[in-house]
Design a protein around this ligand. Sequence first.
Ligand code: SF4
Length: 439
Amino acid sequence: MKVVTDVVCPFCGTLCDDIKVIMDGNRIVDTLNACVIGNEKFKSAQAGHRILAPMEREDNSAEFAPVSYDYAIERAAQILANARRPLMYGWSSTSCEAQAVGNELAEVCGAVTDNTASVCHGPSVMAIQTVGAPCCTLGEVKNRADLIIYWGCNPVHAHPRHMSRYTTYPRGFFTERGFKDRTMVVVDPRPTDTAKQADIHVQVEQGKDYELLDALRTVIRGEDIPDVVGGVKKEDIKALGDLCKSRKFGVLFFGMGVTQSIGKHRNIDIAISFVADMNKYTKFTLVAMRGHYNVTGSGQVMSWQSGFPFSMDFSRGYPRYNPGETAANDILQRQECDAALVIASDPGAHFPVSSMKYYAQIPTICIDPHETPTTGISKIVIPSTIVGVEEEGNAYRMDNVPIRCRKVCDAPEGILSDKEILERILARVKEIKAEKKGQ
Ligand code: SF4
């Protein structure tokens, strides 16, 4: 038995980098420090639903036939090179190195490329582009924050070690007594397991976050508000405003409860404006609870390569960005793309059925280590290694801190990495395009 230390968990945006993996030869026996989800991710490397060879499915058939990597890559390159408006989607559960190759592939193909932000924190990105982002790193939260607000998020279930590593419980430089030095507020319509641990649970009515944040901004300026806003009493809103003003360092963490409810990016606009207001009285910042371990990295890589963080359209030969028009679901729902590549994500499980019905009708390629609802309806399936378990690679934590994921074991024999698969498809697409030009 061997213990590999300082391993980075490639699951959620907390990107824990203190995992220990117990190995018996090349086999993962157990993990230490990881939460249940992280532990399962490591063990998924040797799970039964692993795909061990590329596969192809005929139109109108549910049966897949195994094919070689050379054949699958050739077919994928032909599909993408010959498509007039291909869609490339996913990217959030792979390395920055693979994402960079993917963006070049999208440019060469004149594709629309989009990451999972478009169904997740895309509204946050749009709000940040509108009103800015008073953010900080999680280390600052750990060492300084004496007020933690979780608004529309449930870290006990979605980011299980967030509270113990960075926010509520750890002892920091200026927060030596851990949770005794902090106040925790949860704003959520439901009494979630996170809300049960909070000092204060503000039970806002579903979809009334904008109104509540507006009222909060109004009371902290000393102006009057109605007796009840979003189901919360005036005195409770005033008390929350006073609490925020009285603390030395407040942090607002926000999630799907505000990005995916009525108002979407406008909810984040006003949350950011509230945080900016609070800096007149004390120190206040906010951090988006980014979901996949490297969705932030995809935004970073797209931005430094092309200027925009998601929903990027290369069809005119230069990058264009207009979520609502160029996001994956917009393209699928309008039946605009004539081919699609999905990598490191599972829209089959998470997109509206109407989008995936169209996906099932066009030539599609899915790159994924496991069988998923998306692989089940794709035409070409190409298995890949798991970054952070079988492959090194860079990832960005939810607070934009880059961390290098480690390799702890070898992948099943013959399985290629996302980066290598994309590089080979890219090289072949370039050849096909050059041949076409020469004709
Ligand atoms: S909190 Fe997230 S990153 Fe940390 S071990 Fe759990 S799933 Fe992995």
